[in-house]
Design a protein around this ligand. Structure first.
Ligand code: SF4
Ligand code: SF4
Length: 68
């Protein structure tokens, strides 16, 4: 299974990763705030990830790492 790592404190909550994910398994966490004061992106269902890395490619701040 691919492994997604999100460096939450660098996230600015722009949701570009969520829009890019073909499996729609990335969403901002409405219950948490990061060091910048944004709701950070998280993976809602890691088992559904196909490892395409579209999320990592789209992120303007290089917050996401995908390991296959
Ligand atoms: S690697 Fe692909 S399927 Fe997995 S979370 Fe990122 S965009 Fe979605
Ligand atoms: S694209 Fe990057 S900065 Fe934007 S919400 Fe996703 S992880 Fe955060």
């Amino acid at each position: 299974m691919p492994r997604i790592t999100i460096n939450e404190d660098l996230c600015k909550g722009c949701e570009l990763c969520a829009a890019a994910c073909p499996k729609k398994i990335i969403a901002l966490d409405p219950l948490r705030l990061n060091a910048k004061g944004y709701h950070p992106a998280g993976v809602t269902d890691p088992s559904a990830c196909v490892g395409c890395a579209f999320c990592a490619t789209m992120c303007p701040d290089c917050v996401i790492t995908v390991e296959r």
